[in-house]
Design a protein around this ligand. Structure first.
Ligand SMILES: Nc1ncnc2c1ncn2[C@@H]1O[C@H](COP(=O)(O)OP(=O)(O)OP(=O)(O)O)[C@@H](O)[C@H]1O
Ligand SMILES: O=P(O)(O)OC[C@@]1(O)O[C@H](CO)[C@@H](O)[C@@H]1O
Length: 307
């Protein structure tokens, strides 16, 4: 089983504004709402690719209830844990004239330590040997900066493989618990290491540093340049297919979803990167945080070049 954990989910409200101008009244041409948050997006993409997962999420208020309803309609198994307060709404401003995507993310409600501890205890009692748990997205207010480190240690102890997609201090501290897989983008990884990762060699070298720290597999996503996989036995550089970009919001979540499915299906590192890169690029063609259809992923896979 694949579990995704979203401690700070969001209702994603995407508004389409042509020629967006600051300090002006901008008229929305159209808009959409999607259940969001990085872990929830991973579960949505897994579902779209024909897989199954359970999406654990801290949800509160009418917005939290709305997210649960939308996930049920989408056939995504949501395991909700109640939080006091209102789940946040994140606004994504898409300007298809200027080709810009601007996120305006609310902080979300404050979460109590006991709520987090209870959620971790229930999940630790539930996971079985070899299950994958994806920890993804920002930490909510009230969560200690080392939450992902604590969760990684406990879930590894319970026999799970832990995949972490985070940034900043939460990511750096999570590394101390040696999760099975991490998926930073090249900017996040470079920021953590204090250097630009602007060549294949620099990306591979940086990933190797994390493998040397005990991370089994590091996948560095590189936007339109694709992604790189490094583990003890393989280095796979995948080039993204050229696509007409709708919105890159959620592309990283799509990669993580494919990585979790590839692990479950026992794919080779090469086939893993073909699936992950095609899934990420398919998502880039979409707008909002709706998952790309599986057929589009299938069509893009032959266009992924491996180096
Ligand atoms: N412009 C693009 N053209 C083609 N594919 C893209 C483009 N941008 C992203 N992708 C695909 O999506 C994958 C992940 O993109 P990226 O590295 O931007 O992730 P990220 O920064 O973690 O995304 P997120 O916005 O979800 O945090 C890439 O490896 C690639 O496969
Ligand atoms: O505040 P975070 O957790 O860093 O990011 C939240 C978010 O922007 O990430 C997803 C796209 O990756 C969206 O569904 C959601 O609104």
């Amino acid at each position: 089983m694949i579990y995704t954990v979203t401690l700070n989910p969001a209702l994603d409200k995407t508004v389409y504004v042509d020629d967006f101008e600051l300090d002006s009244v901008n008229r929305v041409r159209t808009h959409r709402e999607d259940p969001g948050g990085k872990g929830i997006n991973v579960s949505k993409v897994i579902r779209a690719l024909g897989g199954d997962s359970r999406a654990l999420a801290l949800l509160g208020g009418a917005t939290g209830a709305h997210i649960q309803e939308m996930l049920a309609e989408a056939g995504v198994d949501c395991w909700a844990f109640e939080v006091v307060g209102e789940t946040r709404t994140n606004t994504k401003i898409v300007d298809e004239v200027r080709h810009t995507n601007t996120d305006v993310n609310e902080p979300g409600p404050t979460v109590g330590r006991q709520t987090l501890d209870d959620m971790l205890a229930v999940l630790s009692d539930t996971v079985e040997e070899g299950d994958v748990v994806v920890l993804s997205g920002s930490l909510p207010k009230g969560a200690p900066a080392d939450t992902y480190r604590t969760w990684t240690l406990a879930l590894k102890e319970a026999g799970a493989k832990v995949f972490v997609d985070a940034d900043g201090e939460a990511f750096t501290l999570a590394l101390e618990a040696a999760p099975s897989l991490v998926k930073p983008n090249e900017i996040e990884l470079g920021a953590m290491l204090g250097r630009k990762l602007d060549t294949d060699e620099k990306v591979v070298e940086a990933a190797r540093e994390l493998v040397a720290q005990g991370i089994e597999r590091v996948v560095v996503s590189r936007g339109g340049d694709g992604a790189a996989l490094v583990d003890d036995g393989a280095v796979v550089l995948a080039r993204s297919p050229k696509v007409k970009v709708g919105s890159t919001v959620g592309c990283g979540d799509s990669v993580v979803a494919a990585l979790a499915l590839a692990n479950q299906r026992g794919l080779s590192p090469q086939d893993t990167m073909i699936l992950a890169t095609a899934t990420g690029s398919a998502n880039a063609m979409m707008t909002g945080t709706q998952p790309a259809p599986a057929q589009l992923v299938v069509e893009l896979q032959p266009q992924v070049e491996l180096a």
